[in-house]
Design a protein around this ligand. Structure first.
Ligand SMILES: Cc1ncc(COP(=O)(O)O)c(C=O)c1O
Length: 368
């Protein structure tokens, strides 16, 4: 049986298509957490009209986009690095800062350990406390910071969707700073939260030179195939990252689209409204239909613990046969064979998922 997450992630249409016998264009993907509104229309038409620019090299200094980001973030251009997705920023952090030991809080995004291993760092992990939304025990977190050179924090964390209070983040930043440890906060999904819940260390970043924030533009603006992300931090460390970056790794279409994406304020607000509403609708319905537990979280995806008559694997295949992809989370450290992740999508798409869930669940229950 094909392993749908053979590359460690959701959103692998090619594998799913071959496994489920459904053409990639017919698959409805709840396994990757991308804005269901699709890219802003203006961005798509701008990309069409910018195609002729591919005969030139992209700006190796990413100057225009960095200026736009600096304006939006209230941070200096010297403290911003534009990357080929948040993933490239993470790789550059590891290459430039050369931590020997990396600390993780499980369950978390698989690239943290994957990239750490790739760049020669040893990974030490602690398990989040399930009863506390998978947040770490503060004493264990203190020990982890003590024992490592760099700690990755997902905020919101993937796959749990958990966010920290600002005091909790500040405490981590203080402890890391005291011990000379880098704290890398991955804020790839932060944009999906309502503004009042977007807790970040950005306003206090100048106090913590060893804290680096990483953001993604691929999720909110639905351009994962184009690739765009950025890192924010102290200019000294950001220039160290820059020195490891392959020249032209960010292509000219991504750079052009990025600037325009940042102007899409209405689209951003509409996205957040949609996610808020659909998150609670989908949570309630999934609880009701399956008798499943929806774990606490805030992001544009739900971590769901299935009732005992399902395994994640079985449900993934049952829905796959109906052209619906979900993320099997059984391979995440700290999770179980009954855990899945569902992206929050539009009402029509969510309803399609719910109808399929009803059908496969009824069949399962009738089979006893
Ligand atoms: C938590 C988290 N961070 C970063 C990324 C990668 O983002 P990007 O597409 O910008 O490289 C992902 C992708 O799934 C993710 O889940």
């Amino acid at each position: 049986m094909a392993w749908i997450e053979q590359f460690g992630h959701g959103g692998d249409l090619l594998t799913a298509s071959a496994a489920f016998g459904v053409s990639p264009s017919e698959l409805l993907d709840f396994s990757a957490n991308i804005n269901p509104l699709g890219p802003p229309e203006q961005v798509i038409s701008y990309l069409h009209s910018s195609l002729s620019s591919i005969i030139h090299y992209p700006d190796p200094g990413h100057r225009k986009l960095k200026e736009r980001l600096a304006e939006r973030l209230g941070w200096s251009t010297e403290g911003i690095l534009v990357g080929n997705g948040a993933a490239e920023c993470m790789a550059l952090v590891l290459q430039a800062l050369e931590p020997k030991r990396v600390g993780l809080i499980y369950p978390c995004f698989s690239e943290y350990s994957q990239l750490s291993a790739q760049f020669g760092a040893e990974v030490t992990g602690i398990l989040g406390v399930a009863e506390n939304g998978f947040k770490p025990d503060p004493d264990e977190l203190g020990i982890l910071i003590n024992q490592t050179d760099l700690v990755f924090i997902g905020h919101p964390n993937n796959p749990t969707g958990i966010v920290y209070e600002v005091e909790e983040l500040l405490e981590m930043a203080r402890q890391a700073t005291e011990r000379g440890v880098f704290l890398v906060v991955d804020e790839a999904f932060l944009d999906f939260l309502p503004p009042e819940k977007q807790v970040t260390l950005l306003p206090t970043l100048h106090q913590f030179p060893k804290v680096i924030l990483i953001r993604s533009m691929t999720k909110l603006y639905a351009i994962p195939g184009l690739r765009l992300g950025f890192a924010i931090g102290h200019p000294e460390y950001i220039s160290a990252l820059r020195r490891k970056q392959v020249t032209w790794s960010v292509n000219s279409l991504a750079l052009a689209a990025g600037g325009l994406c940042l102007e899409q304020r209405e689209y951003e607000d509409a996205t957040r409204r949609l996610i808020q509403e659909e998150r609670s609708f989908l949570s309630e319905q999934v609880r009701e239909i399956l008798g499943a537990e929806v774990l606490p979280g805030e992001a544009n995806f739900l971590l769901v613990r299935l009732p005992s008559h399902w395994t994640a694997d079985d449900l993934q295949w049952a829905l796959g046969a109906k052209g619906i992809m979900i993320r099997n989370c059984s391979m995440y450290q700290g999770l179980t064979s009954r855990d899945i992740r569902l992206a929050v999508r539009t009402r029509a798409e969510n309803n399609r998922l719910l109808a399929a869930l009803r059908e496969v669940d009824q069949q399962r229950r009738s089979e006893g």
